[in-house]
Design a protein. Structure first.
Length: 178
């Protein structure tokens, strides 16, 4: 629907730890994508590091299969887990979402700022897009833009809204859609 009205949006869906390795999940995803004609290149599945802890090999295999379908894979809440760098090396990621606990004070806390800038640079060097979570003011957003962050989300940009309100918001402010 969004493409038909000139909006080229990506949908991000949180995937639980159980779903990542569930036997039928990949087949069910294929069926739904075919049935609903979802443009695969506009779909991202978000997983947390904990989603891969129980059976890392099975999780990597399942995520590779999803990526091979053309679905983007995003590491959500990056920086809050214990094996973050290992996951960056082993998971078939297309995107990294930096956790709000690092982002929200990055523009005023030197250590947080260094960590966020370094994470953005690392992700870009690995060929990943970067999303920053928890943007609550204009100064934080300006810091992230200067640091080269690709996308941002948080209350400063918009609180959660229904789809119809999103279309209206993006119609007014095309910069948000970019």
């Amino acid at each position: 629907h969004w493409r038909s009205i000139g909006l080229d949006l990506t949908a991000a869906v949180n995937i639980s730890a159980k779903l990542v390795t569930a036997t039928r999940f990949n087949a069910d995803v294929r069926t739904l994508l075919a049935r609903d004609h979802v443009p695969i290149d506009r779909l991202i599945f978000e997983v947390t590091e904990s989603a891969t802890l129980a059976d890392p090999q099975a999780a990597v295999a399942a995520l590779v299969a999803l990526r091979d379908l053309g679905i983007g894979i995003s590491m959500d809440d990056y920086g809050t887990g214990q094996s973050t760098l290992t996951y960056l090396r082993t998971l078939p990621l297309s995107e990294l979402k930096i956790d709000r606990s690092f982002v929200q004070h990055a523009h005023v806390n030197h250590k947080d700022g260094v960590m966020v800038r370094s994470t953005i640079d690392l992700a870009h060097d690995l060929g990943l897009k970067v999303v920053a979570e928890g943007i609550e003011d204009a100064d934080c957003l300006a810091f992230l833009r200067a640091a080269g962050c690709d996308m941002a989300q948080g209350y400063h940009i918009s609180r959660p809204i229904p789809a119809a309100a999103l279309v209206e918001l993006l119609g007014r402010d095309r910069a948000l859609a970019a």
